[in-house]
Ligand binder design. Structure first.
Ligand SMILES: *Cc1c(COP(=O)(O)O)cnc(C)c1O
Length: 415
């Protein structure tokens, strides 16, 4: 990736692009929502389809010259249907938030009611946060995880639903390490005559590979992102039944977006094809095995995990007991110093602020793309522990930084 054409026009941007590739090569990417797409997906995303206006849908566009755009979008749709077994798929949302917006816009009126998980318990901004359009247009009530176990409190959710009488119940989370019982939430939604939106953004790839139960066919609407546990480039998708197909398509376009980003749709098509290969299920299983190994080793070292472990691609470390004087922000920045990139995160029952919370979140999708196995994941757990435990110690951090470089060399990226 030498970006020769960019360099000829714009050396400043070329330098930054080259440095970003180096940064990804020379750090351990453990932000749970990030991954590394293949060179094939990068190429599709950088294709001339970025030039093409294709408002509308395959076979019914508002512009001429759409035959190849149609081909690409149809392939993306057909592959997504196969991956997730959905009756209807819309691959045009520019992001996961746009996918959620399409569902709300299709089914709700301003002032209608959303019941969703609290952000500090693992929810997402687009599920009703006051700073997001959802918090401003709709009335929002929020459920929580059980403070003792860290698992979803399904009974509490059911009680709240009966009291609040929502129009939509939102499931699917940003920082929840356990499997979700979609059927149980569906029962609640049906009991109060609400729609069920299952936002599988984080686990889109795990669901496609069958290593996490699927909400497709259970929830009325399923949204996902295409760049987290599936490596199809940045974007969103909506999956639904034929019954809601037209409502969703109109809500995406013209409801919430103009022309689709056809180069991104091409990235989705290529990434979905890769995910249909048999080795993708191996990858997804390894993601979860690595997260389990990482979590178990962090615990052996004395760190507490929300819910005590993980069934997914991420662990959520609660520093309050083991390191009461260390904040998630301090841990994040000390780890960044050594080349381990993860993010500070609130924990259930958060006692600090969202800007400097008590936990960190760590995921394995990107490391697994580089080829990490359980042993390498355990090694990373030890490095994380050493840094958290010695976050002010320059010498320890220098030693760990060398170990990080050795791991990066053992598991090369984009070579
Ligand atoms: C990541 C995420 C999204 C999508 O985010 P975008 O940045 O808008 O693509 C949506 N919902 C949840 C639960 C997420 O974690």
């Amino acid at each position: 990736m030498d970006y020769e054409h960019v360099r000829a026009v714009d050396p400043a941007v070329a330098d930054a692009l080259t440095a970003e590739v180096e940064r990804q090569r020379e750090t351990l990417e453990m932000i749970a929502s990030e991954n590394h797409v293949s060179p094939a997906v990068l190429e599709a995303q950088g294709s001339a389809l970025t030039n093409k206006y294709a408002e509308g849908y395959p076979g019914e566009r508002y512009y001429a010259g759409c035959e190849y755009a149609d081909e690409v979008e149809t392939l993306a749709i057909d592959r997504a249907k196969e991956l997730w077994g959905a009756e209807h798929v819309n691959v045009q949302p520019h992001s996961g938030t746009q996918a959620n917006m399409a569902v709300y816009f299709a089914m709700l009126e301003p002032g209608d009611k959303i019941l969703s998980l609290d952000l500090t318990h693992g929810g997402h901004l687009s599920h009703g946060h006051p700073a997001n359009f959802t918090g401003q247009l709709y009335e929002v009530e929020q459920y929580e995880v059980d403070p003792e176990t860290g698992y979803l409190d399904y009974e509490g959710l059911d009680d709240l639903a009966r009291a609040f009488d929502p129009d939509v119940v939102v499931s699917g989370y940003s920082a929840y390490p356990r499997q979700v019982d979609w059927e149980r939430i569906q029962e609640t939604a049906e009991a109060v005559d609400a729609y069920h939106l299952a936002d599988m953004a984080h686990i889109t790839g795990l669901v496609a590979a069958g290593v996490h139960p699927s909400p497709v066919g259970t929830a009325d609407f399923v949204t996902g992102s295409t760049h987290k546990t599936i490596r199809a480039g940045r974007g969103g998708i909506v999956l639904t039944s034929d019954e809601h197909a037209d409502a969703i398509d109109s809500a995406v376009f013209p409801g919430g977006q103009g022309g689709p980003l056809m180069h991104n749709v091409a990235g989705k098509a290529v990434g979905f094809k890769e995910a249909l290969e048999p080795d993708f299920a191996d990858y997804a299983r390894q993601v979860v095995d690595n997260a389990k190994a990482l979590g178990a080793r962090l615990r052996e070292n004395g760190l507490a995990l929300v819910s005590g472990g993980t069934d997914t691609h991420l662990v959520l470390v609660d520093l309050r007991e083991s390191h009461p004087d260390t904040t998630g922000g301090e841990a994040e920045s000390a780890l960044e110093d050594v080349g381990i990139i993860l993010n500070k995160n609130t924990v259930p029952g958060e006692t600090r602020s969202p800007f400097n919370p008590s936990g960190v979140r760590a995921g394995t999708p990107a490391l697994t793309t580089r080829g990490f196995d359980e042993a390498a994941s355990e090694e990373v757990a030890d490095l994380i522990y050493r840094v958290v435990d010695n976050h002010d110690d320059v010498d320890v951090k220098a030693e760990v930084a060398e170990d990080v470089q050795a791991l990066c060399a053992d598991f090369p990226l984009y070579d």
